[in-house]
Design a protein around this ligand. Structure first.
Ligand code: ADP
Ligand code: MG
Length: 303
């Protein structure tokens, strides 16, 4: 496309809330044959909420929530925010006058898994099964049943281990965006296939993919794994067609870079927005199609 055509399309995109960072992305987008979607915050609203909490130990619910909050309060992950919010609500219900929480030491983020830290003398881990397995925290039958039961309902479980034992868990739900199903089926009608790549567990991932009609799912994938998947898909498409990735998180950045066309959700993290070629300012998945259409129009004009 000529510089003028690129400028016109970029301006048009901007006015529609599709920020195209360069001519390259604009020229590639019309050849997209596969769109890879992140799950949390991309296909889903990204504002998970705790819908249940359960204890597998003799801690009081209040103490349990306090310890979990102390570990999660420094995390930017939406799940962490849900846990902190839930604990806050509980405190108010119990009539506590403050939201004050214990301090955490040795705080660590485990991408795609959770967080850890020391609260007083207690070692606290908050995250998924993978995090617990990596730290050799055994998951008993009772815990496993709670996890399975919730995952089948497309809920994720947040496990909390205190001093090497599962002390309790939260079930978290994050509804899909209202336009998600419509966008996926429209892409399919354009001959574009859909894939989900998520750090979340298989059962939740499959439940969500069914809700939105996504054809292929890869779950329990860490940030590097997401980029690897993109590269594998690119290898399979040798006919010059291109792969787009849509994501919102720090964990999506390597994949956004690896993709031919990286699209970041506007409400996503700065790192993802920087890594992407196109930013969907309104965070609306319809704009994946807007971007492809803009590219198609621009490229057909010059031929
Ligand atoms: P996604 O690919 O769905 O956006 P992430 O890669 O960000 O998900 O995280 C994958 C999984 O890791 C989450 O579904 C959750 O189980 C766990 N996780 C990550 N960070 C946290 C956290 N701060 N607290 C609890 N769980 C977490
Ligand atoms: Mg995400």
């Amino acid at each position: 496309a000529t510089p003028t055509a690129v400028m016109v399309a970029t301006g048009k995109g901007a006015s529609q809330g599709v920020l195209i960072k360069g001519g390259d992305a604009l020229e590639k987008a019309h050849k997209v044959k596969t769109v890879v979607f992140d799950k949390t915050g991309t296909l889903t609203i990204g504002k998970p909420a705790v819908v249940s909490a359960v204890l597998f130990s003799s801690y009081s619910m209040e103490e349990f929530c306090d310890l979990a909050t102390a570990a999660e309060v420094n995390s930017e992950h939406p799940i962490a925010k849900a846990v902190v919010e839930h604990a806050k609500r509980l405190r108010r219900k119990f009539g506590a006058s403050t939201d004050h929480n214990a301090e955490v030491k040795d705080f660590e983020v485990h991408p795609g898994a959770g967080v850890s830290g020391k609260v007083g003398e207690k070692v606290v881990l908050v995250g998924n099964r993978k995090l617990m397995q990596a730290s050799n925290v055994p998951i008993g039958r009772e815990v496993q049943d709670y996890i399975s039961e919730n995952e089948q309902k497309a809920r994720s479980c947040v496990l909390v281990a205190i001093d090497g034992k599962i002390a309790g868990a939260f079930a978290v739900t994050d509804p899909v965006k209202p336009e998600a199903g419509r966008v996926i089926s429209f892409l399919h009608s354009m001959g574009i296939s859909s894939i989900m790549v998520t750090g979340d567990n298989w059962a939740t991932a499959e439940a969500i993919s069914k809700q939105v009609g996504i054809q292929n799912v890869f779950a329990e994938t860490d940030p590097v794994g997401k980029a690897d998947k993109i590269n594998k898909i690119k290898d399979l498409q040798m006919d010059g067609t291109v792969v787009a990735m849509v994501g919102d998180g720090i964990n999506d950045s390597p994949a956004l870079v690896a993709a031919d066309v990286g699209m970041a959700i506007g409400a996503g993290t700065d790192v993802a927005i920087e890594a992407a070629d196109i930013v969907l300012i309104k965070s609306n998945l319809e704009d994946v199609i807007t971007a492809i259409h803009l590219s198609r129009k621009t490229m057909s004009r010059i031929r």
